[in-house]
Design a protein around this ligand. Structure first.
Ligand SMILES: Cc1ncc(COP(=O)(O)O)c(C=O)c1O
Length: 337
């Protein structure tokens, strides 16, 4: 793309050429359709508009040094999409249909896949919504699956620098037996008071606690949390945390590096003992945490103003695999050719 200033792209929406859509009607999925419109016509009684029957995914396409376009663990995103949809009683596409739609959308918008080393990537957003009309609280009988893409700039314009986050005690993102483990739109609406509240006080995002006891660490804004100590990668285990594909990749890489891995409830008091802390997710891979502020006790946990050595090593390793600069020993990469 000749007109895009790849190095200064923001992390926001830019129109691309095409998106791909598929309709579920009369109990089955139709053909994939290509559209150049950014709009979708919806029935005013669609369950996606009223009852939150809406799920989505977030993934990226990376252009390697060889010019080839890579997808990272896209089948895991497909499986998570299916898990999300089935939990809220939606008809979800198969793994094959999901992957085909994603590859087709990337291919159709190939000119928007940023060049290697521009720091930018093509963000991929698959979404599914109940499109059938219902007025009672029940699942729709029709669904609309859409995949669109948009090129995004690097998450860290200022480099791989730690951010400060704030513990949240006065709002929950998800209930203990609720929808935190799936990627439905309602979770993100519920997460906004705490995220915006933290940002208004100058923090990058909030750190949620478990909804029941306010004793354990939960999600870190729209990312999973991890801490490092004694050559161990520790990440919270909870039903209200989204199973992050980045986190599961970092766990595998930490094991490859000979580190121990613990996935278990993490009490707030343990924050004191970590040598490094961070958030992880598709957008930034790792967001190192500099400070965690607990407003209730006016206490700050400080991990330093530079990213820790382990976080940096894991970050570099994962990015190298995503861009094809390191061997894909776990078979995570698929090509769009
Ligand atoms: C709430 C939440 N947690 C964690 C993640 C990280 O997940 P992943 O690594 O699969 O992008 C995301 C982003 O998708 C998220 O929205």
């Amino acid at each position: 793309m000749e007109n895009i200033d790849w190095k200064n792209l923001p992390f926001s929406y830019i129109k691309t050429d095409y998106n791909v859509r598929c309709y579920y009607r009369n109990g089955k999925w139709g053909e994939l359709e290509t559209s150049s419109s950014e709009y979708a016509m919806l029935h005013i009684a669609a369950t996606g508009l009223h009852y939150g029957q809406e799920i989505f995914e977030g993934m990226k396409a990376y252009r390697g040094q060889d010019g080839r376009i890579r997808l990272f663990r896209c089948r895991d995103n497909a499986q998570r999409f299916i898990n999300s949809g089935s939990y809220i009683q939606m008809a979800a596409p198969s793994v094959e249909l999901f992957v085909e739609a994603v590859k087709k959308t990337v291919k159709l918008n190939e000119r928007f896949v940023p060049p290697y080393e521009s720091g930018a990537t093509l963000y991929i957003r698959p979404l599914l919504l109940g499109s059938g009309a219902q007025i009672g609280v029940k699942p729709a009988d029709e669904y609309l699956f859409i995949v669109f893409v948009t090129p995004v700039g690097p998450y860290f314009r200022t480099g791989f620098k730690p951010v400060n986050v704030m513990l949240t005690r006065d709002s929950d993102r998800a209930a203990p037996l609720g929808t935190g483990h799936i990627k439905c739109g309602g979770n993100y609406a519920a997460s906004l008071p705490a995220i915006i509240g933290a940002q208004q006080l100058g923090y990058a995002t909030c750190l949620y606690l478990d909804a029941k006891e306010k004793k354990y660490i939960d999600e870190c804004g729209p990312a999973n949390f991890f801490g490092i100590k004694n050559n161990t990668y520790i990440t919270p285990d909870s039903n209200s945390i989204l199973p992050s594909i980045t986190n599961s990749s970092l766990i595998a890489l930490a094991k490859d590096l000979g580190m121990k891995v613990e996935r278990r409830p993490v009490e707030i008091s343990e924050l004191e003992t970590f040598e490094e802390a961070g958030g992880c997710g598709t957008a930034a891979v790792i967001t190192p945490i500099g400070k965690i502020f607990d407003p209730e006790y006016n206490k700050t946990y400080d991990y330093g103003s530079e990213a820790g050595a382990v976080s940096e090593k894991l970050y570099n390793l994962l990015r190298a695999i995503q861009y094809g600069d390191a061997p894909d020993t776990h078979n995570w990469v698929e090509f769009v050719d």
